[in-house]
Write a protein of this length. Structure first.
Length: 329
């Protein structure tokens, strides 16, 4: 068989509610690049003309194919996996494997199905077979990086992701994957560097910079004399301000601002000294307790105005009131 053509689709970016959340293997597997349809397949034209996008609609549309072919059966397997019908997908895949055991496309779908259904070791074996057959292809390395990540093999995952990112920067998924495993391994600075290496030309540039801001500060324990923390605060604030030029929506902008200002306030309350002769300013707020409290109040009141639900709006106004410093008026 020829080299596996793949249609690029990014794995979900870093998500950091704490420091880093374990990557959801089923969603990440379905976000892996998919093999291009074989133009020699009798249903290649039919598949190219399909307009259905929702898995349920696609399953119905595929049932109307003129005659089953390898490509329509593979697309059905993917649609069943996307729709949560794992049993139907695995049964169809097992039948196809019996008919075409040496077809690399079938092996690829076995790897994807294994990741979706929780057989991470089986997925690694399938993708490793693809890698052995096509050692120069980028996509199997990305898939093996994901397998190593979900198996907890952080060093191996970092190696695969770094190899993909340094050789083919169009696979931005590898940068997010590398940052995830760097954070999980405690390499916060490395994760920030990786996220900040995503170029401005990428459609994922904003997401990468948002993740970089959070990677700098989330769950950061800073002492009063922690100079690097002050540098990270300043850098994070500068990134938030710079993202305005890249269309960062107002809600996320204020959420990030509140995170940065909140971290700065915690640092000041621990004894950090930000305001000196130059009177440092962070996101328009003086870097002292009073200035930061006013800044947080402003951010939360802005978020309250942007909120769509009444209960959320009330909660945000209460937060703003809690941060507001005592004044005579």
């Amino acid at each position: 068989p020829g080299a596996p053509g793949m249609a690029a689709a990014p794995i979900a970016p870093v998500v950091t509610p704490g420091l880093v959340r374990a990557v959801p293997a089923p969603a990440a597997a379905l976000a892996l690049p998919a093999p291009h349809v074989d133009p020699a397949d009798p249903n290649a034209g039919f598949l190219a003309g399909l307009l259905a996008s929702a898995p349920g609609e696609l399953i119905t549309a595929l049932a109307a194919a003129p005659a089953p072919s390898v490509e329509t059966r593979l697309r059905q397997i993917r649609a069943w996996l996307e729709n949560g019908d794992h049993q139907a997908a695995l049964m169809s895949l097992a039948k196809l494997e019996g008919e075409r055991p040496d077809d690399w496309r079938v092996v690829w779908y076995r790897g994807m199905a294994s990741l979706v259904t929780g057989d991470h070791e089986g997925a690694a074996l399938a993708f490793d077979a693809i890698y052995d057959a096509f050692p120069g292809e980028t996509t199997p390395k990305l898939a093996l990086g994901l397998c190593a990540e979900v198996l907890g093999q952080l060093d191996n995952a970092a190696e695969y992701y770094r190899l993909v990112w340094t050789t083919d920067p169009s696979y931005v998924s590898s940068a997010f994957g590398l940052a995830r495993v760097q954070l999980a391994a405690g390499d916060r600075a490395g994760a920030v560097r990786t996220l900040e290496s995503v170029p401005e030309s990428s459609i994922h540039y904003t997401a990468a910079r948002v993740a970089a801001v959070r990677a700098r500060l989330r769950q950061r324990t800073a002492t009063a004399s922690d100079v690097p923390f002050l540098e990270d605060l300043t850098a994070a604030a500068a990134q938030v301000e710079a993202l305005d030029a890249y269309g960062l929506d107002p809600t996320r902008r204020e959420q990030l601002s509140a995170e940065v200002l909140g971290c700065a306030l915690d640092w000041i309350l621990s004894g950090g000294q930000g305001a000196g002769p130059a009177a440092r300013v962070l996101l328009g707020s003086r870097l002292d307790e009073r200035g930061l409290r006013f800044g947080l109040e402003r951010s939360y009141r802005t978020l309250a105005r942007l909120a769509t639900g009444g209960e959320e709006r009330v909660d945000l106004v209460e937060r703003a009131n809690r941060y507001r410093p005592r004044t005579w008026v």
